[in-house]
Design a protein around this ligand. Structure first.
Ligand code: V47
Length: 372
């Protein structure tokens, strides 16, 4: 294909991409540095279509955030609150089970469950929550708890991470979302989230989860204090773990939303940065099957454009979202299944409803079947 690259420094990288060779850390830095967005798009789309053709995934899911009470005070976050804050909330188990059923009319296939690091909720309480959800919604996949929440529950319960994961898995946790990875570079991590586990602990928790047969997603938070080297390093570290475990299913780049955080002086990310993070991820993460353009975070319009820049997934219907909306997101709380189909088709792609592990889903109005 005849594509003229404005940035001639990308020509050797193009040769590697066309030959299907792995890109280096230095290549990653160069890709983040360039503003030749069309060159990035050409290369990322080549890889995306090699892997998935026109297929574009979405799911019918519901987010549940049992509590926003959090002992950490991460500067990146507008969601977590102290227990004494009058605006803080913690749902009872009955409320969680009830909330899960709201919006069930579209027959969700996944509950995405994450929350703050609550000082009093125990591992037993969370296991009961999972068991209660499984009892009421046996067909729904429970994608629950970030590596950060698992490490916190382990430390509080004075048990190992392995045992914590085993108990959550045995109570019904089917897989894990990708949050909490933020940025692995320790200097930046200490500034934006010094109360969280460090990058090595995040990776080690993911390693153990994958060893136990649990799949997970992975993320990177960009658009705060990190530089291009930090971003490339983060992706290489995820790729290295994936070579070992093959447990990551999807990578989701997450744009920092500064509103209502102590870092609100930082400008919001731009369209170029958001698209670049999708494209560079597709090029660097050659062993992670899927790249998600999370529409809540990018807006549906930008997420749709991202489908030509390396992304093959838009995430889901969500129904109710708190983490990004507390930090100033102006997108809708949820999208209907039909709206996701429209976005994908209007981008010239072929929509496929998936379950959490990317198996196609066939549905009637009120129920669904996972096709294996
Ligand atoms: O871990 C918190 C990030 C994550 C802010 O696995 C913020 O399918 C931007 O991980 N600005 C939670 N980001 C969201 C997440 C996620 C979302 C969608 C799908 C999946 C998946 C995972 O949100 C947190 C943190 O990295 N975050 N505050 C903020 N102010």
């Amino acid at each position: 294909m005849q594509v003229v690259f404005d940035d001639s420094r990308l020509i050797p990288i193009r040769a590697k991409v066309e030959a299907g060779e792995r890109l280096s850390f230095e290549d990653g830095v160069q890709l983040f540095e360039t503003s030749d967005i069309l060159a990035l798009g050409y290369m990322a789309n080549l890889v995306r279509e090699r892997l998935h053709g026109d297929t574009t995934y979405f799911n019918v899911n519901r987010h549940i955030n049992p509590t926003d009470v959090c002992v950490a005070s991460c500067r990146l976050c507008a969601f977590g609150k102290k227990a004494r804050d009058p605006k803080a909330y913690t749902m009872s188990l009955e409320e969680i089970w009830h909330k899960a059923g709201e919006g069930y009319s579209e027959a969700v296939t996944e509950f995405h469950i994450v929350g703050g690091l609550h000082p009093e909720l125990t591992l037993d309480w969370f296991c009961e929550m999972l068991r209660g959800l499984k009892l009421r919604f046996p067909k729904v996949h429970l994608k629950a708890f970030t590596m950060v929440e698992v490490a916190f529950l382990a430390r509080r319960g004075k048990i190992t991470i392995r045992e914590t994961l085993e108990r959550l898995r045995d109570a019904g946790m089917d897989s894990m979302p990708g949050g909490g990875a933020e940025i692995f570079n320790e200097r930046v991590r200490r500034i934006i989230c010094d109360h969280k586990i460090d990058g090595n602990e995040w990776l080690e928790t993911a390693r153990i989860a994958h060893q136990l047969g649990l799949h997970s997603n992975c993320t990177m938070l960009y658009g705060h204090l990190e530089n291009d080297e930090d971003r490339a390093d983060h992706l290489v570290r995820l790729r290295t773990l994936q070579d070992e475990t093959h447990g990551f299913v999807t990578y989701i780049p997450l744009a920092f939303h500064p509103e209502n955080t102590p870092l609100q002086h930082i400008p919001k990310t731009t369209g170029f940065t958001d698209i670049k993070n999708i494209a560079v991820a597709r090029l660097m993460l050659d062993n992670i099957p899927h790249i998600k353009a999370y529409w809540v975070m990018m807006t549906p319009r930008m997420a749709q454009i991202a489908l030509k820049f390396g992304a093959d997934d838009l995430d889901g219907t969500i129904v109710e979202e708190r983490i990004y909306h507390d930090a100033g997101a102006t997108t809708a709380q949820g999208l209907r299944r039909g709206e996701l189909l429209h976005l994908i088709r209007a981008a010239g792609r072929v929509p496929v409803e998936r379950d959490t592990l990317y198996r196609p889903v066939e549905r009637t109005e009120s129920t669904f079947t996972v096709l294996v």
